[in-house]
Design a protein. Sequence first.
Length: 107
Amino acid sequence: MYTLGLMLVTCLMPCVGIGIGIFFMGKGSRRAKEPVSGAVSGDVLTRIGRLAAVAGAVGAAVTVAVLLLTLQLARHWRVGVAVAVVTVQYVVTIAVVIAVSRMLRRK
């Protein structure tokens, strides 16, 4: 069985992505009602929130699937797989950040 720390480390980033996505979607829906000049529009914030939430949800599903599929491996292999999963999560997070920065530049 996986240790609690290993599961927390691998599931932390997707959960944060989902939370940030929900935050930006809520912020975008409020901003759409009250447009402010010079600020990021509500539809851009909503798109950013959707992108972050979808990336987080997919990341969480893949992480859980990988952790369940590697339960039968030896401990050092499980740790290696967890490190690989976290590395892929960081790459996805960087891709989402780059996509968000492009969305914000286009305003």
